[in-house]
Design a protein around this ligand. Structure first.
Ligand code: PLP
Length: 394
């Protein structure tokens, strides 16, 4: 088997159409779109077109889309920007224990600068409880940030409902939609979203470009100071090729969203079904239905996720344990701990995230490889040996 790529939550392949759309703007049409001569005009126009495509995709206005270097920057800007702009009104922020580190570490940074942050618990599926969310709101709460869909376990949060609660209390609502954008239909008005983060490389666009949707009238301070790009609010020479590629990726996502979801859901369900029935002592993580169509996450008891990853890699299978940011570290995933898994089980977690290019053959090959690898690792595991001994006694 050639390489089997099942880590699409970490990043995706640039679609050929996206690459073709970008190429001229890296080569002959290289002008800085802020320049005034005619040579720059064509690039400037294309960047505007991309902004319009993307704004339409989420029911926003073009003037509400700000391009950034990616999801992490958009998360930082949204949270630091609102916190700074509204500090005289209050210094309390609500978020959840299962956010991406771009949100969690930003909140921790703000805690060192006089803000108070409530990190909401989630249930065993990773869902935020709207009643607990509402109960956490205080008179000095300025901002709530809840991710649209979780990058590790795929659970989709009740964003429209949470946004409505936030608005009823005059709280600004941000969502890190990096995993959802291009995979779930989003309408910022219907879903009561004030700020939204997205990133091109999670939907077959290029790395290094993302966006912050900022609802008209919401105050944020500037994160990147310098020139007057992005209507004076985000400096830096426009990443024209990246933005044009992002626009194309959104155009494709818009056309293919339902078909891709249907296809991926079928394969995803097959993977879940086979792994949970053919391998013993497996725990499936995340919500059974309210989840991203391409996400699966399992814990294999008595095994370290890291060892599993290495052996999968030897079989040419790319997967991930927890988030890309935590693999390499030996701390279990904060998301799996938040859904109540004990450390020793959380350590044995593996995430497989599919794409529209994943084939049934690849899923079958992966399951067969997993069965062998899990057997082999368990046969070397003292924990498993103890467990078997104890079971035999009973
Ligand atoms: C990937 C990811 C990010 C970070 O986006 P970058 O563009 O890589 O900075 C943030 N949040 C979530 C949920 C993600 O999956």
């Amino acid at each position: 088997m050639e390489r089997i790529y099942l880590d699409n939550a970490a990043t995706t392949k640039v679609a050929p159409e996206v690459f073709e759309a970008m190429k001229p703007y890296l080569m002959e049409e290289f002008a800085n779109p802020s320049s005034t001569y005619r040579f720059a005009g064509q690039t400037h126009g294309k960047v505007d077109d991309a902004r319009k495509t993307i704004a339409d995709f989420i029911g926003a206005k073009e003037s509400e889309i700000y391009f950034t270097s990616g999801g992490s920057e958009a998360d930082n800007w949204a949270i630091k920007g609102v916190a700074d702009a509204l500090s005289t009104r209050g210094k309390h922020i609500i978020t959840t224990k299962i956010e991406h580190h771009a949100v969690l570490h930003t909140c921790e940074y703000l805690e060192k600068h006089g803000y108070e942050v409530t990190y909401l618990d989630v249930d065993e599926y990773g869902l935020v409880d709207p009643a607990k969310f509402e109960a956490a709101i205080r008179p000095d709460t300025i901002l709530a940030s809840v991710m649209f869909a979780n990058n590790e376990i795929g659970t989709i949060e009740p964003i429209a409902e949470l946004g409505k609660i936030a608005h009823n209390h005059g709280v600004i609502f941000h969502t890190d939609a990096v995993q959802a954008f291009g995979h779930i239909r989003i309408n910022v008005d219907e879903m009561n979203i004030d700020l939204l983060s997205a990133s091109a490389h999670k939907l077959n666009g290029p790395k290094g470009v993302g966006l912050l949707y900022l609802r008209t009238g919401i105050k944020v301070t500037t994160l990147i100071h310098g020139g007057s790009q992005e209507r004076g609010r985000r400096a830096g020479t426009t990443n024209s090729a990246g933005i044009i590629g992002f626009g194309k990726a959104v155009e494709l996502a818009d056309e293919r969203l339902e078909a891709n979801n249907e296809y991926e859901t079928k394969l995803r369900n097959k993977l879940i079904e086979r792994v949970t029935t053919e391998i013993p002592y497996v725990k499936f993580n995340g919500h059974p239905e309210q989840r991203l169509s391409n996400n699966t996450n399992f814990c294999f008891r008595f095994i370290e996720g890291e060892s599993l990853l290495i052996l999968l890699d030897q079989n040419n299978i790319c997967a991930s344990s927890g988030s890309a940011c935590t693999s390499g570290a030996l701390d279990p995933s904060h998301v799996l701990l938040a859904i109540g898994l004990p450390h020793e089980i959380a350590h044995g977690s593996i995430r497989f995230t599919l794409s529209a290019e994943t084939t049934e053959e690849e899923i079958d090959y992966t399951v067969e490889a997993l069965k062998k690898i899990v057997d082999r690792l368990r046969s070397m595991s003292p924990l498993y040996e103890d467990f078997v001994k104890k079971n035999n006694k009973n």
